[in-house]
Design a protein around this ligand. Sequence first.
Ligand code: UDP
Length: 178
Amino acid sequence: MNPIGPRACYDEGKRCAETLFFDYRRQHGLPIKVVRIFNTYGPRMHPNDGRVVSNFIVAALQGNPISIYGDGGQTRSFCYCDDLVDAMIRMMETDEDVIGPINIGNPSEITILQLAETILRLTGSKSKLERHPLPQDDPMQRCPDITRARAALDWQPHTGLEDGLKETIGYFRKLLQL
Ligand code: UDP
């Protein structure tokens, strides 16, 4: 982790928040539960959010170029919002001694290039792929180990990427009237 790079405020902010929560628990007995949310997507994302799923869908629907940062070989694993909410509710309903941190996400990995191709196919778009420089400190891989979530919450994601993307594409079509 780079503590002073352009992503540091985001990365370190999350780490600091966890630290403070555990200190509050130690010092004041505050009941806490910590989940670590990995890449999540779905309807109601903001079209200018800048995240890869919304960027690609909006570009594909508008017929604009799809911006691939780097060679597109980096991987992510995308969790549909309903699965994430289900896990969070299960976490909130656990006994007080279940504290975490517990990873929540979908462990099924896909490259950014594969994601772009899937979105082009599902939207029927003829948008071209356009290469852009990889942002500084962009991780090559991000994939949650959800062993703890499976054990403590009896949870795993159920929505396949294509099903979730179809819902999300439908949402953006309506929103952008395309
Ligand atoms: N990305 C991309 N084009 C975009 C937006 C993102 O190629 O228009 C890449 C980005 O470089 C990263 C991946 O997609 O490798 C996921 O980016 P996002 O910001 O959605 O999530 P994070 O990097 O925080 O996991």
